[in-house]
Ligand binder design. Structure first.
Ligand SMILES: Cc1cc2nc3c(=O)[nH]c(=O)nc-3n(C[C@H](O)[C@H](O)[C@H](O)COP(=O)(O)OP(=O)(O)OC[C@H]3O[C@@H](n4cnc5c(N)ncnc54)[C@H](O)[C@@H]3O)c2cc1C
Ligand code: SF4
Length: 547
C-alpha cells in the first residue's frame, strides 16, 4: 500500500525507481476472483481446511482468507515468527505485488489534532513531530487520487476529506442513526463509512457495481489498491522498474559516507543473493517487516540494528482493539430488501473523551457495522421440512444490526519485536519474536465500548440486544503499527517529521512502522498521506543537494 504511493510520487517527480517486492506478480485477469460463483469453487467459497491448517494456521483466522483470497495471504510455514507463550499475536500478511491493499476493507479515516496531541497531553509515548495542519494537504492529495466516498460531517475529531458521493444507508441503519441523534444530540454521530471505493467513475477507473467480495480483487479497479491505482500511475511515467520475487534481507550501510548505499536481496525463487545500489532507500515492507529489516541490518556503527542509535527500534508496537460490540434485531421494514452488496458499512465517530469525558480510561473508540436481513442459512438453526420450509427460506429473514468498537491502543515500551536468535525464514533471514499484550487501559475502554454499543442500538429501536465481548488478540485487527516511530528527538525516536531516519539522511520508512500513536481510526489513509509527503520531501531535499 505505502510502497505504491512512494513509487507513484517519486516517479511522477522525475526519479528513477526500483520497486523490490518479495512476492510474485499479480495479474488481475488471472488472479482476481470476485465474480466466481460458489458452484465453480471446490469448497463453495469456504475453504480447504486441511490446507489451511497445514500452511496458514495464522492467516486462517482472518475473515478474508477464504477459498479464493487465500493465495493473497502468506504461507505461515515459510514466513514464521514466534511470540511469548502467554501473549498470542496474529500477524496477518500479504506477500505479493500490491501487498494487503488487495484484501483490505478500504475504511479510510483521517486522524485529527485530538490524535496528534494525545501523547503530549497525557504523557504516553512521545509527541508526534507534526500536527494535522501539516498533514491535511497530503490527505487531500491522496484522497483526490484514490477516490474516497463519504459524507462530510463537520466533526473536529474526524476531519472531512475530499469525498466522492457517499453510499446510501439502509432503512434500519438510517433509523438507528436518527435514534442516536435524538438520544445523544451532537455528542454521538453515525455516518456512512468512508471508503476507498468509487461511487462514480474516477481517474480512469470505473464506479463500483456492488458485487461484494472485494477481498478477492476487483477487475473494474473500483476500489483503491496499489495494483488498481498507484503502480499503474508510476509505470505510466516510464521511470518504474518493478522486480517481484525479490526478498530484501538487509539495508546496506556505508560507514565512510554515513549513508545507506542499497540493499541485499535474496531472489525468492532461485535463492541467489543480489545487491542493488541507490541514492535513496525507501522502506515500505509493512510496519513489522520494515523494522525486521532494520534490526537485521547490523554494522559496527549500528550493532543493534540500522538507524537504532536511540534504542527504540522495535518498541512501542500497537494495534487496535476489536471483537467487542453489540447486535440487535429490528422489527418493521419487512417489505424492504437490500439490493446489491454494498462494500461498506456505517461508522460511529469517537465520542469517549471527546464529547463525553471518561475517568476510567484514556483516549477512545469508534464503531463500524451494518444492518442486514437474515438469508437462507438461517434454516440451519430452524425446525422445518420439505417445500414449505424451503420456500420460507427463499424470502429474506428478519433485520438485524451489529456494531463493533475499534479502540485506541496506547504506545507502550513493553509491546515490542526483536529478532529471534534461532529461527530463520525460507530465505534464511532471521525472523521476529513478537511480545505484545493489551493493557488495563485497553480493557477498561472496551468494557465501556460494549455498554455504549448496546445503549445506541436500544436508542435506535433495537430489541433482543446482546453484547459481544471477545477481545481479539493483538494483530488480528490487522492494524499493527509503530516500532520505528517518528518523533522530535533523535534520542527517543527512529524517524523525524518527514519519515527520514535520524541516523541516515537517505533512508526513509514510509509504512505504519512510523506511527507514534495509534488513534482509533483505521490507519492506512494516514500511511498513504505520510508516504506521499515523505516522497516529495525526499525529492526536494535531493534537489537541494541534501541527500
Ligand atoms: C482483510 C484486511 C482488511 C483490512 N481493512 C483495512 C481497512 O478497512 N482500513 C485500513 O486502514 N486498513 C485495513 N487493513 C490494513 C491494511 O491493509 C494495511 O494497513 C496496509 O496494507 C499496510 O500497508 P503497507 O504498505 O504498510 O503494507 P502492505 O500492504 O502489507 O505491503 C507491504 C509489501 O511489502 C512486501 N514485503 C514485505 N517484506 C519484504 C521484503 N523483505 N522484501 C521485499 N518486499 C517485502 C510485501 O510482500 C508487501 O507487498 C486491512 C488488512 C486486511 C488484511
Ligand atoms: S469495489 Fe465494487 S466492483 Fe469492486 S469488487 Fe468491491 S463491490 Fe465489486
Amino acid at each position: 500500500m505505502s510502497g505504491g504511493w512512494a513509487a507513484k510520487e517519486l516517479c511522477e517527480l522525475g526519479a528513477s525507481v526500483l520497486v523490490l517486492e518479495a512476492g510474485p506478480m499479480i495479474v488481475p485477469e488471472r488472479d482476481y476472483g470476485e465474480h466466481l460463483p460458489p458452484h465453480e469453487m471446490t469448497y463453495r467459497g469456504w475453504n480447504d481446511r486441511k490446507a489451511l491448517a497445514a500452511e496458514q494456521p495464522v492467516q486462517r483466522d482472518c475473515y478474508a482468507c477464504d477459498e479464493v483470497a487465500r493465495k493473497f495471504f502468506v504461507n505461515d510455514i515459510e514466513n514464521p515468527y514466534t511470540t511469548d507463550p502467554d501473549k498470542p499475536f496474529s500477524w496477518i500478511r500479504g506477500r505479493q505485488v500490491g501487498g494487503r491493499s488487495i484484501m483490505w476493507a478500504r475504511q479510510s479515516y483521517r486522524l485529527s489534532d485530538l490524535d496528534f496531541e494525545a501523547n503530549l497531553k497525557d504523557g504516553n509515548g512521545v509527541d508526534w513531530p507534526l500536527r494535522y495542519a501539516e498533514l491535511a494537504p497530503w490527505y487531500d492529495h491522496v484522497e483526490a487520487f484514490a477516490g474516497i466516498s463519504g459524507r462530510a460531517e463537520g466533526l473536529p475529531q474526524l476531519p472531512d476529506g475530499v469525498f466522492l458521493p457517499p453510499m446510501e444507508m439502509s432503512c434500519v441503519e438510517a433509523q438507528v442513526r436518527d435514534g442516536i441523534a435524538r438520544a445523544y444530540g451532537d455528542d454521538r454521530r453515525m455516518t456512512i463509512g468512508r471508503t476507498a471505493v468509487l461511487t462514480v467513475d474516477h481517474e480512469g477507473r470505473r464506479a463500483c457495481h456492488y458485487c461484494g467480495p472485494c477481498h478477492r480483487g476487483c477487475i473494474t479497479r473500483s476500489y483503491f489498491s496499489s495494483i488498481n491505482a498507484t503502480l499503474p500511475a508510476a509505470e505510466a511515467t516510464g521511470r518504474l522498474v518493478l522486480r517481484p520475487n525479490s526478498v530484501v534481507a538487509e539495508v546496506l550501510w556505508d560507514p565512510r559516507s554515513s549513508r545507506v548505499s542499497g540493499v541485499r536481496v535474496v531472489d525468492a525463487e532461485s535463492h541467489d543473493e543480489l545487491e542493488f545500489t541507490g541514492r535513496t532507500v525507501f522502506l515500505a515492507a509493512s510496519a513489522l517487516e520494515s523494522t525486521r529489516l532494520l534490526l537485521n541490518s547490523k554494522s559496527s556503527d549500528f550493532p543493534d540494528g540500522l538507524a537504532n542509535s536511540s534504542g527504540v527500534l522495535g518498541k512501542y508496537l500497537m494495534d487496535h482493539t476489536m471483537g467487542v460490540g453489540a447486535h440487535a434485531s429490528f422489527d418493521g421494514y419487512e417489505d424492504r430488501v437490500i439490493r446489491g452488496r454494498r462494500p461498506n458499512g456505517i461508522y460511529i465517530a469517537r465520542f469517549a473523551n471527546v464529547t463525553e469525558p471518561r475517568s476510567d480510561f484514556l483516549r477512545g473508540y469508534g464503531y463500524q457495522g451494518s444492518a442486514s436481513r437474515a438469508g437462507w442459512w438461517r434454516g440451519e438453526s430452524m425446525a422445518g421440512f420439505g417445500a414449505d420450509f424451503k420456500n420460507e427460506l427463499l424470502s429474506p429473514g428478519p433485520w438485524s444490526f451489529g456494531i463493533e468498537g475499534f479502540g485506541e491502543c496506547l504506545p507502550r515500551e513493553e509491546n515490542h519485536v526483536r529478532l529471534d536468535p534461532e529461527q530463520v525464514d525460507k530465505w534464511g533471514i532471521p525472523t521476529l519474536r513478537i511480545s505484545c499484550a493489551w493493557g488495563d487501559n485497553e480493557r477498561a475502554m472496551m468494557r465501556q465500548a460494549a455498554e455504549d454499543a448496546a445503549e445506541m442500538l436500544e436508542a435506535g429501536g433495537g430489541r433482543d440486544i446482546s453484547i459481544d465481548y471477545q477481545l481479539l488478540p493483538p494483530g488480528l485487527t490487522i492494524h499493527e503499527m509503530g516500532t520505528a516511530r517518528m518523533g522530535r528527538d533523535p534520542a527517543t525516536s527512529v524517524l523525524n517529521a518527514h519519515n527520514q531516519a535520524w541516523d541516515a539522511p537517505n533512508l526513509f520508512v514510509v509504512d505504519g512502522a512510523c506511527m507514534t500513536s495509534s488513534a482509533c481510526q483505521n490507519p492506512s489513509l494516514t500511511y498513504m498521506a505520510l508516504a506521499a509527503r515523505a516522497s516529495h520531501y525526499a525529492v526536494d531535499a535531493s534537489r537541494r543537494g541534501e541527500l
